[in-house]
Each structure stands twice: as structure tokens, then as C-alpha cells.
Design a protein around this ligand. Structure first.
Ligand code: PSV
Ligand code: MN
Ligand code: MN
Length: 390
């Protein structure tokens, strides 16, 4: 592969790129039809962290791992933090879970019953205690709250109760911590969802204060939505806290980021860079939220972080001075061509060299396949219970 002169100018900007891995990506997952087990799947939180650390060793791109509570509940979070550090990674975002308990059948933070709301609030407070022990910055909340039938629920009452619950949680968020509210347009609720879109999340977090921001999961929009426009707007408003990256063909497919629509990923990353959401001065968290139902999980995660890096490099290659000039001149096709030139630039050879210069394998996918990590975990992790997504 040829080297592109433009790459040398952006190479240093790729240093320090960090993509957080979800612990649940290493567990078995599937659909409502079947969860297929795979050999070597972790049986403990520690084994999930060890696998995440392996992705980081092969790519240099994934220094932190997100936990989901209670899926990753342990007795001693300080010890887990030390264990992660020994593996070469840190514990990242703590994800709350108010969607798998019978009490939450009709919602959690927006529930009509104060006892259920209190339980959901207390769960979030417990997550903040965990963050204190793990050193995590972000509490991410995604709520399954909603209804299935018109008339089933008082939409306005639910929104008001949600605001009150979030405010109680936010009061306990530390000076160095953040509350990140994730939206999703449907599922599991099918008629209405209490946090369905970026506007609702934005309205709720803005009412809370500076340390509350929005999480944009790329799989949580209606087909055809211009996601990069939302990215631009949230950055403009100073409220883009984090991404849950994945890709989708239909709904919340949670497939490997950049696999369904690499061009969309490019457009999103271009707006991230344009809006100041990339680099050492930005606090936008890049996370993955994916499941690997039929492929091996570790190479699935390696592929994912490489896809994000590759599209970041291409987005950095956009000649913004020329683009600005073409836009100002009303040169429609010229401007479009400048963006497309960067998108079509093959950076794989340059990235391989970039990795080698940093002591990383030139081709992390091949290096993992040629390593004995997969065979070792398949041999070692027999007995015990393989973990599922939940
Ligand atoms: C909900 O669909 C979601 O995207 C939230 O981020 C959850 O925490 C996650 O999926 C669980 O996989
Ligand atoms: Mn998500
Ligand atoms: Mn999702």
C-alpha cells in the first residue's frame, strides 16, 4: 500500500485516541431466538477485563473498559480497579441497569409509584459509590421507561417524575464526575419512550447542570436520521458527553461499528473533529456498545476499534481550508469532492506503519489470530458458567 503525504501531517493527532470497550461485549449474546455459546467466553468480571486488556495490547486503542451494574457486580471494586491496572487498563464508565427487574415492568425513574422510583434512584446512587471506588468519571443511564399503548400512561407526568428523579441522582454526582443520559427511540417500549431522542435528553440534562450531558448511541435513531447533524448540534451546545458506537442495518443491531455504513461513521467523525470533540482538549468519551452474537468477541472488538481509528484518520485528512473556500464560493461539487477525497483515501498502509513505529503489531487482526491467546482461553475457561450479555 502506498503512503499518502497527507497522513504524515495528521499522524500525531492519532496518538492518545482512546475507545472504551464494553465489558458485556465479551460475554455470550444473541437474539430472542438463541444465544450461541462460544469457547473461551469469560466466567467472571476479571476474565472480561483480561479480554478487554488483550484488545488494548494488540491495538493500543482501548485503555478503559466500561462496567454494567449489576452484570459486573463484585464485592471489592477497589480490588477490581487494581486488577484492571495490573492488566494494563483502567475501569471506565459505570452503566446503570433499571431494565431487568420485575419491579421495573412499568418503568424506573419515571414510574408512577414512588417506591419503584426510589429503588431506581438508589440503584444509581449505588453506581456512584462504585464510581468512587473505581475512579470512574461517568455514570451512564439508559432507561427502558415507556409505554406500549396510547392512553396507557400520562406522558407529561412521566417526564416530570423523570426530571425529579434525575435531579436527586445528580445531587450526588461528584465534582469530577458526570451523569450521561442516553436516548433511544424505541424498544423495549413500542408506543412511547420517556427519553426517545437527543432533544429530550438535552432538555433533561440541561435542567440538571454542567456535569450532565447526552450519550449518543449510533444505533438508537430512526432509519434515515442524519446522525452527524445531531453530533454537530450537541457539540455546538456543549452537551455531547459520549458515544456508544455500533452499527445497524435495521434497528438497535449492535453490530461492529463501521461495518454497516463506513461512510456514516466517517461523516460522524468529521463533525466530531470539526466541532472540537476530538483530541486532548475534548472530554467526549468514545465508547463501543456492541454484541458479538456469531463472531469471536476479541477479534470483533479489535476490528471495531480499528474501524474507528481508520475513519478518524480519514476524517482528519479532510482539507478543511479548501473545503471552507469551496463552501464559501458556493462550489457545491468542489466542496463535496474535497470531503469524498478524504473518505476514499486508503490509510491502512499508513496506519500499519504508524503502529509499528509505536511497538504495536502492524496488523492487529492477524497478530491476534497468530497469537495463542484464543487457544489459551478456550483451554483454560472450561467449567464454571460462561457469562451472557446479561
Ligand atoms: C440500550 O439499548 C443500550 O444501548 C444501553 O446502552 C444499554 O446499557 C446497553 O444497550 C446494553 O447493551
Ligand atoms: Mn447504548
Ligand atoms: Mn442499544
Amino acid at each position: 500500500m502506498t503512503s499518502h503525504t497527507g497522513f504524515a501531517a495528521i499522524a500525531a493527532q492519532l496518538d492518545g485516541q482512546a475507545i472504551e470497550l464494553p465489558s458485556w461485549a465479551f460475554g455470550n449474546s444473541g437474539t430472542r431466538f438463541k444465544v450461541f455459546g462460544s469457547a473461551g467466553t469469560p466466567r467472571s468480571v476479571e476474565e472480561k477485563i483480561a479480554d478487554a486488556a488483550t484488545v488494548h495490547r494488540f491495538t493500543g486503542l482501548a485503555p478503559t473498559v466500561a462496567l454494567h451494574i449489576p452484570w459486573d457486580k463484585v464485592d471489592d471494586y477497589a480490588a477490581l480497579r487494581s486488577y484492571a491496572a495490573e492488566q494494563g487498563v483502567a475501569l471506565g464508565t459505570i452503566n446503570s441497569n433499571t431494565f431487568q427487574d420485575d419491579d421495573y415492568k412499568f418503568g424506573s425513574l419515571a414510574h408512577v409509584d414512588p417506591k419503584v422510583r426510589r429503588k431506581a434512584i438508589d440503584h444509581h446512587l449505588e453506581c456512584i459509590d462504585i464510581m468512587d471506588a473505581t475512579g470512574s468519571r461517568d455514570l451512564k443511564s439508559w432507561l427502558a421507561d415507556g409505554s406500549n399503548y396510547p392512553g396507557q400512561a400520562d406522558l407529561r407526568g412521566r417526564q416530570d417524575r423523570l426530571a425529579e428523579s434525575l435531579s436527586t441522582i445528580y445531587d450526588r454526582i461528584g465534582e469530577e464526575q458526570r451523569l450521561v443520559l442516553e436516548y433511544k427511540f424505541f424498544e423495549p417500549a413500542f408506543y412511547h419512550t420517556d427519553v426517545p431522542d437527543w432533544g429530550t435528553s438535552y432538555a433533561q440534562v440541561t435542567a440538571l447542570g454542567e456535569r450532565a450531558t447526552v450519550c449518543l448511541d449510533t444505533g438508537h435513531h430512526a432509519p434515515g436520521t442524519n446522525i452527524e447533524f445531531i453530533v454537530m448540534q450537541l457539540l455546538r451546545l456543549g452537551k455531547l458527553g459520549s458515544f456508544d458506537f455500533n452499527s445497524r442495518f435495521y434497528a438497535d443491531d449492535d453490530l461492529i461499528v463501521g461495518s454497516a455504513d463506513p461512510f456514516q461513521l466517517f461523516r460522524i467523525l468529521f463533525e466530531v473533529i470539526r466541532g472540537g470533540g476530538f483530541g486532548p482538549d475534548s472530554d467526549v468519551a468514545f465508547m463501543l456498545d456492541q454484541c458479538h452474537n456469531v463472531e469471536n468477541k476479541i477479534p470483533g472488538q479489535i476490528r471495531s476499534v480499528l474501524n474507528v481509528q481508520e475513519m478518524t484518520a480519514r476524517a482528519l485528512l479532510v482539507d478543511r481550508v479548501a473545503l471552507d473556500a469551496a463552501q464559501t464560493d458556493g462550489d457545491v461539487l468542489g466542496a463535496h469532492g474535497i470531503l469524498m477525497d478524504a473518505f476514499y483515501t486508503d490509510v491502512r498502509g499508513d496506519l500499519a506503519a504508524w503502529r509499528e513505529e509505536r511497538g504495536l503489531p502492524a496488523d492487529p487482526m492477524r497478530a491476534y489470530a497468530e497469537s495463542d491467546y484464543q487457544s489459551q482461553i478456550e483451554a483454560a475457561r472450561v467449567g464454571g458458567t460462561q457469562l451472557s450479555w446479561n
